[in-house]
Design a protein around this ligand. Structure first.
Ligand code: ZN
Length: 152
């Protein structure tokens, strides 16, 4: 019985840990997307595989793959864009870390329940065919965390 309970609690814990899966990408705030794309193209030895504007977020993005790792460059398209505000405050640099989740609605509920400040009550459409939601850096040691779920 004890063994069964231990197994069950391990299984429940394990299931919990797998909800937030691998890092999906790292987002980098840049002042000029074209200039930055040339730099990252040189860095990886391969061009951006996708460029996309997300009007609702006020950003233009370019995605790069390097092996299994994905980098998202983000340039603000207006002064109200979170990227414009970030660069004004901190300069260019790492803006967020995105984690792949399989059920973003369940993850938002779980993380709210754990006391994290979730910036989006409901997921919204992000770049690269993803539903996204963000956690306030105040609740994650200064790092903006993005949750993203592939739109199937
Ligand atoms: Zn992102």
């Amino acid at each position: 019985m004890v063994v069964l309970l231990l197994f069950f609690s391990y299984f429940v814990t394990y299931k919990k840990q797998t909800k937030m899966r691998k890092i999906e990408h790292i987002g980098i705030a840049v002042s000029n997307l074209a200039d930055a794309s040339l730099i990252y193209e040189k860095l990886f030895g391969a061009p951006s595989y996708k460029q996309e504007e997300v009007a609702s977020e006020g950003v233009k993005t370019a995605f790069f793959m390097n092996g299994p790792n994905k980098i998202e460059l983000l340039e603000a398209t207006n002064e109200e864009s979170p990227i414009a505000k970030f660069i004004a405050k901190k300069g260019e640099g790492i803006h967020h870390i995105a984690f792949d989740v399989d059920d973003i609605v369940a993850e938002i509920a779980r993380l709210k329940n754990e006391g994290f400040i979730v910036l989006n009550e409901a997921p919204k459409k992000g770049a690269d065919n993803k539903l996204v939601a963000f956690l306030h850096p105040k609740s994650t040691n200064g790092v903006l965390i993005e949750l993203c779920q592939e739109i199937r």
